[in-house]
Design a protein. Structure first.
Length: 285
């Protein structure tokens, strides 16, 4: 197995940055829609203000909220992958923590708008915190529930292709026309320099990071769809966020009750505790 060249590593890095930029732009567009919606309905008494003032206020709060809450999503994904912690428990903790700086920001903006900052009373702090928590929690749950539509030609991932119409047998004098292999939306989205030797699939929010023998890249696709598209490779989904090809496993790392699979290129995939017995029965570990 050859190491990645500098050009291949650079191309993989550019692909990941482009995927991240696209995700941020899509998220900000969604937050703009949410801000406009909140400005129109005017929750928490803001309906008394003029519409133009509500638009400025709620759009500002929406983008500020994205800056406070979105970084916590990376902590949630890390906790789920590295520590095998329950995702929704991590989401709840992240929302409670991110609401603190957002509450400070809301109190500060409201104080400046009222003519100057004053240290608010405890009941104002608590009331503002819970108001921010309601909206911030709802938006965070929405972001975690909504799956981005995946690109690709098949209507349903993993569904068998429609049978081709049977052509009449060719004349003995005419050579048969070779049939091209079926397209694979997962491989089609990978940079060509990464090849097609897939080692593992790793879920990152609404994306899937595809690890190959030559590098990795983010693909806009749901995890279950990506797993269906590698059904021809012997492997197993060892964790909610990881699918691993059996041939890529080089070693098993145990730390107490935690089990990780060590793969090629130094990749380590956590194993959910519910999957340990299944892997043992399949003689993976």
């Amino acid at each position: 197995m050859r190491a990645m060249s500098a050009a291949e590593a650079s191309a993989a890095s550019v692909s990941s940055r482009n995927a991240l930029l696209r995700r941020v732009l899509v998220d900000l567009a969604a937050m703009t829609v949410i801000g406009v919606f909140l400005a129109i309905i005017g929750p928490f008494g803001s309906i008394a203000a003029p519409l133009s003032e509500r638009l400025v206020t709620w759009l500002g709060f929406a983008w500020l909220g994205y800056a406070c809450y979105r970084p916590m999503q990376a902590v949630v994904s890390w906790g789920e992958r590295a520590l095998a912690l329950p995702r929704w428990g991590m989401v709840a903790a992240a929302v409670l923590i991110a609401t603190v700086p957002m509450t400070v920001a809301v109190l500060g903006v409201n104080g400046l708008a009222a003519g100057g900052w004053r240290w608010p009373r405890l009941e104002v702090w608590v009331g503002t915190y819970f108001s921010v928590l309601v909206i911030g929690g709802a938006v965070t749950v929405l972001f975690n529930l909504v799956q981005s539509p995946r690109p690709g030609t098949p209507a349903v991932a993993g569904a068998p292709a429609a049978p081709a119409s049977v052509a009449p047998p060719p004349s003995p004098a005419v050579a048969p026309v070779p049939v091209p292999p079926p397209s694979n939306p997962l491989l089609e989205q990978l940079p060509a320099e990464l090849g097609s030797d897939i080692l593992a699939l790793e879920m990152e929010d609404h994306y899937v990071r595809v690890h190959t023998a030559l590098g990795s890249a983010l693909v806009l696709m749901r995890m279950r769809d990506a797993v269906a598209l590698v059904a021809e490779i012997e492997g197993m989904q060892v964790h909610r966020s990881w699918w691993v090809a059996r041939g890529a496993v080089e070693d098993v790392v145990r730390e107490g009750r935690n089990v990780r699979l060590k793969l090629a290129r130094g990749i380590e995939a956590p194993v959910a505790r519910a999957k340990v017995a299944e892997l043992r029965d399949a003689r993976w570990i």
